[in-house]
Design a protein around this ligand. Structure first.
Ligand SMILES: Nc1nc2c(ncn2[C@@H]2O[C@H](COP(=O)(O)OP(=O)(O)OP(=O)(O)O)[C@@H](O)[C@H]2O)c(=O)[nH]1
Ligand SMILES: [Mg+2]
Length: 430
């Protein structure tokens, strides 16, 4: 999961790390058998690198003019003056001392004077030590000045984000989500000092936190609670599945049936897709495998009437849950959308679950927006196991305002995972 998005994210971050001088991009060794297309790609990459290098040069020039750089220069000059003054003073004192030695200890103590002179010669090494001390003092004073840390200008950020934006779009992340990510990253990066070596961490953390904030999840245990509540009133719990054609509604219904059975609940299935050829037979196969009753009418029958009968059957036989399938439909088909509204009116489901195919990316997000007009309570995103981009998963709850309950992660009955955003984000960011 997320292979594509992770690769793209890494590429974009490598680019910005170069602006922050954290890493040099590795130059690719062109292989002889490279096809024209690949060569072109390398040329484009080289151009990009050139652009980044130009940008870097600009940054260096700007850096020299910053108040921080000027302040460092000032301190250097100040310390230099201080130390030179001290050296001069020391020089004077030593000369005075030497004069006095000469006066006090004439010829007879020549030997001693020679020794003293030798010692005086040590004055030059002292001088040298002073110079070293000067460098040390400058280094000591520097941390008191706000040390130059790389700050990203708005212009640099825009350049960096353009690349990231393309990656996000390619990963099918919804435009609104990308704008939100941009806003958050801008807040964290533009004109803010970022410590060297911390750029990647900062970007990753900001992206992660934004996703954590916008991903909505709902624990499927709410269904179990509702079942208990309804049972105490002698009522079955009704769950309706809706979504466009082929997204995985029927498969998700069968998986949820299995999940409920594992929790000890009895189930009846309503074959309310009376429209698509072989839909009833498909559901019958699942019902037989799972050992549950299926209520069906003929093809072309009113799907709301099938649901009504299934609910009556559940009431009469004290069955805990009624799972209601429905025909896939395009949200633009008003007749079929009205039919769906009718099923909802008659069956009065406790939970309406919108099923989408994670692979369809932005389409899934658009569908959620449209089906939201009929109304649903939670989302199951199927085919997450084969989704490399993650765009639908990362965007659908923010756009629809409804939480994700499960991810479909395969074709067998066990392949229904309660949605856990922390676990998901770990997968994306690790
Ligand atoms: N890999 C994978 N395949 C899935 C998953 N969920 C469903 N599928 C497959 O997707 C295809 C369509 O699934 P259905 O459950 O028939 O979809 P539907 O929405 O009921 O389709 P219609 O009734 O025609 O609208 C089937 O081949 C399923 O096996 C999943 O989580 N992972
Ligand atoms: Mg179906």
């Amino acid at each position: 999961m997320f292979g594509f998005l992770k690769k793209k994210l890494k590429e974009s971050i490598e680019g910005i790390k170069k602006v922050f001088k954290e890493e040099k991009p590795q130059e690719e060794e062109p292989k002889e058998e490279l096809k024209e297309e690949v060569k072109k790609e390398i040329e484009e990459k080289e151009q990009e690198i050139e652009q980044v290098e130009e940008l870097e040069k600009e940054v260096e020039e700007k850096k020299a003019k910053t108040p921080e750089a000027e302040k460092i220069k000032e301190v250097e000059e100040e310390v230099l003056k201080e130390v030179e003054e001290e050296i001069k003073q020391e020089e004077k004192e030593l000369e005075k001392e030497a004069e006095e030695i000469k006066k006090e200890k004439p010829k007879e103590e020549q030997k001693e004077i020679v020794e003293e002179t030798k010692e005086k010669k040590g004055f030059f090494s002292k001088l040298f030590a002073k110079k070293e001390e000067k460098v040390k003092r400058i280094e000591e004073k520097k941390p008191l000045i706000p040390l130059f840390e790389k700050k990203l200008s708005e212009e640099e950020f825009e350049k960096f984000f353009k690349k990231l934006e393309i990656s996000f779009l390619e990963a099918n992340i919804a435009y609104e989500v990308i704008q939100l990510l941009k806003q958050e990253l801008k807040k964290e990066l533009v004109d803010k000092p970022v410590k060297r070596g911390k750029v990647e961490e900062k970007i990753i953390t900001t992206i992660r936190n934004t996703f954590e904030r916008i991903l909505l999840e709902i624990n499927p245990d709410v269904i179990l609670k509702k079942i208990e509540e309804n049972k105490s009133k002698g009522e079955p719990t009704k769950i309706l599945f809706l979504g466009v054609n082929g997204v995985g509604k029927t498969t998700s219904l069968a998986k949820l049936c299995y999940w409920l059975q594992q929790k000890g609940h009895s189930v009846v299935i309503s074959a309310s897709d009376t429209f698509r050829a072989a839909s009833i037979e498909q559901l019958e196969i699942h019902a037989n495998k799972l050992g549950v009753k299926i209520i069906k009418h003929k093809y072309g029958a009113d799907p709301a009437a099938v649901a009504y009968d299934a609910i009556e059957y559940a009431k009469a036989h004290h069955i805990d849950v009624v799972l209601i399938d429905s025909a896939g439909r395009q949200h633009s088909n008003t007749n079929l959308m009205d039919e769906l509204a009718k099923i909802k009116r008659i069956a009065k489901p406790d939970f309406t679950i919108f099923v989408a195919d994670a692979l369809t990316g932005n389409d899934a997000v658009e569908q959620a927006r449209e089906f939201g007009k009929i109304g649903f309570d939670a989302i199951i995103l199927g085919k997450a196991d084969v989704d490399q981009k993650g765009g639908a998963i990362l965007s659908v709850s923010y756009i629809s305002g409804k939480p994700i309950m499960f991810l479909g992660v395969g074709q067998s009955y066990e392949d229904l995972e309660p949605f856990d955003k922390i676990k998901l984000l770990e997968k994306l960011m690790k």
